[in-house]
Design a binder for this molecule. Sequence first.
Ligand code: SF4
Length: 311
Amino acid sequence: MTLQTENKPIVSLPWMGKEYIEYLGEALTRIGVNVQLPPRTTGKTIQIGVRNTAEMVCFPLKPTLGNFVEALDNGADTLLMFDSKGQCRLRHYWKIQEFILKNMGYTFKMYNVNFGNILGILKKLSGASYFKILKETVHFYRRVREIDKVKQQWATDRPNIGIIGEMFTCCDEKINYEIENKITRLGAKPVNTVTLSSFIKSDFLKKIHWPTKKRRFDKEAEKYFNGGLGGHGKENISNLLELVDNNIGGVIHLLPMSCMPETSIEPYVNAICRDSNTPLLRIPIDENTAEANLETRLETFVELIKMRGEK
Ligand code: SF4
């Protein structure tokens, strides 16, 4: 039996890519969760986060905190935050956000969602059966895979530029200044390796159907690490090895300022690109990033790759 709408909590979650979160909102609504997405991230959203967090904290905490403030201001009373249960700060985001928001005077219920508890939480919030929740989860995953297929396709008529880096920065077009569209407009094909479906596949489905070649790159990437690093540091090295093996035209490394895993892998990324003669552009992003500066660097980078291709 589903809960009556008027008794249902008003549930919100932060943005991480327009299509992903809109699809997720639709899926949650279909199972009966009373979802209210926050307004799309703007400069104002980011400033709310900047004002209420530590200056040097990794950047995604700021816009996501801003999303929560705007959601609560719009009437939400229940927040969902992903809990990676991993090794970097992401596993603590929800706790830090809950603490800050309560100190700001908001009253709400925070759920830290992970692959182990998500079904139970959704059942509680929707009243739907596990069967219905699972059905919608599969449907959502299939839709995300469709988006990601396009993101990861290689072009045959123009240079391909691989994107590796931190997930939030690579997935949210408001945070990365629509970098994929910018690359396309400059006449190249972005090949974004950091997508939601690859994350679900590598972290949750435990690499089911991972092709043998992919396993080889994963194994190769392992050699760079002394155990777990957190975030997607290892996955990025594996993806980078695959990109250069396939002769990618160039690589963009997108990362938020103070991101522990991504700054840790910088020397490896530099060396792999140098040794394979692959042009590399690193773009660190935070609240001080100037779009015009990013555009100029990107334009020069794409031109360089085009010139190399012509030669
Ligand atoms: S992956 Fe990087 S940006 Fe994301 S939570 Fe971890 S340290 Fe912060």
